[in-house]
Design a protein around this ligand. Structure first.
Ligand code: ADP
Ligand code: ADP
Length: 222
């Protein structure tokens, strides 16, 4: 089964900028995919389609065999976790613990289940001891890890990260890189955008190059 099946998707913003144009892409389950391209290439716009945050204006998207539309978007958000580029857009609760609980609580899990999945998620990003901290007390890299934990607490099959390495210092980048390896070991399909060619080549099994809203290349790191 394909994790993600994108067929001829086009999206234009209201000011008529065509951000992505006739994109088709098939992503098998379990892959590690890096989407490379300069600023403005359309990476964020494409990624925001994959959990229903944006719906295709033309073309279609299926996630694990389920066509993405207004009705299925809620279900698909449980399968596809999206980590935004800026953790300040995502980590917005009073404390880390409240923030990570938000998703599983929305899913209607019991208090015990919420506690368990949140402990596992925070543990897997190395942020358990920061549970009671407020987001403003954390470094940018720590907030990024909390944002990832919030997504993992929903137990998604597919994890999408928009520029996970951006604005991190080298230590933060190493921590996130290790975390990304771990996600794949957990059996998740991982798709991320980056403009770091070296990181993409070292991490991904497939690299996609985007420019001006179009797919230029698709293949192994070589
Ligand atoms: P990337 O993530 O590769 O930097 P984006 O998807 O953010 O690319 O942007 C693709 C194009 O769409 C760019 O020309 C950008 O200026 C434009 N764009 C992105 N977001 C908006 C928006 N909210 N309104 C109008 N244009 C936008
Ligand atoms: P990225 O690096 O992912 O392209 P940007 O820094 O370009 O992100 O964009 C930051 C925010 O501004 C995003 O929410 C994006 O949708 C929005 N944005 C980008 N380009 C435009 C634009 N031309 N007009 C309006 N909003 C935009």
């Amino acid at each position: 089964m394909l994790a993600i099946d994108i067929q001829n998707v086009t999206y234009s913003y209201p000011d008529t900028t065509t951000a992505i144009e006739n994109i088709s892409l098939q992503i098998p389950m379990g892959s590690k995919i890096a989407l490379l391209g300069p600023n403005g290439a359309g990476k964020s716009t494409l990624l925001h389609h994959l959990n229903g945050l944006k719906l295709p204006q033309e073309g279609s998207i299926s996630i694990m065999g389920v066509p993405l539309n207004k009705k299925s978007a809620k279900l698909i958000r449980q399968k596809v976790g999206l980590v935004f580029q800026d953790p300040d857009d995502q980590v917005i609760s009073g404390t880390v613990w409240e923030d990570v609980q938000f998703g599983p609580r929305n899913l209607g899990l019991s208090e015990e289940e919420i506690e368990a999945v949140c402990n596992v998620a925070l543990g897997s990003v190395g942020m358990l001891e920061f549970k009671q901290k407020a987001p403003y007390q954390l470094s940018y890299g720590q907030k990024k890890r909390v944002a990832i934990a919030g997504v993992l607490a929903m137990k998604p099959d597919i994890v999408i990260l928009d520029e996970p390495m951006s604005y991190l210092d080298p230590q933060g980048q190493d921590e996130v890189a290790a975390l990304l390896q771990g996600l794949n070991f957990m059996g998740k399909t991982v798709l991320l955008s980056t403009h770091d060619v070296d990181f993409a080549v070292s991490w991904a099994d497939t690299i996609i190059i985007m420019k001006d809203g179009k797919l230029l290349e698709y293949g192994g790191p070589e």
